[in-house]
Design a protein around this ligand. Sequence first.
Ligand code: HEC
Length: 108
Amino acid sequence: MKTLKALLFTTSTAALLTTQCFAASPETQALYKNKCVACHGADGSASPIGKKMGAQDFSSPDVMKLSDSDLTDATTKGKNKMPAFKDKLKDSEIKDLIAYVKELGKKK
Ligand code: HEC
């Protein structure tokens, strides 16, 4: 019985870990929350302030058609009212954030 319980526990933990592998890491989600949510909103659909500055929903066709390098450039160098993050974030962090942005864009 003990073994069965242990086995069940291991399987459910493994399942949990696997699902998390596909989603953004907690670090990336925390970065997004700290640096991006104010303008882009938790779900990427842009906050009222972000919208006023011209931010679009990440799931809009205009954003979805942009390439990874376009999105990375916008985040690294800034774009119109979008601030540049090259001095604030590491390249690897920006890369993870772009993957997260694309994930948010796909969710609807
Ligand atoms: C001060 C508000 C603000 C913050 C903070 C902000 N953004 Fe933006 N972002 C904007 C605006 C405004 C645009 C639209 C720029 C344009 O196209 O004129 C934009 C555009 C973008 C784009 C390009 C998509 C597009 O619409 O062209 C990406 C990708 C992006 N932001 C990612 C991020 C990430 C990642 C962060 C956090 C590290 C972040 N932004 C933080 C305001 C912000």
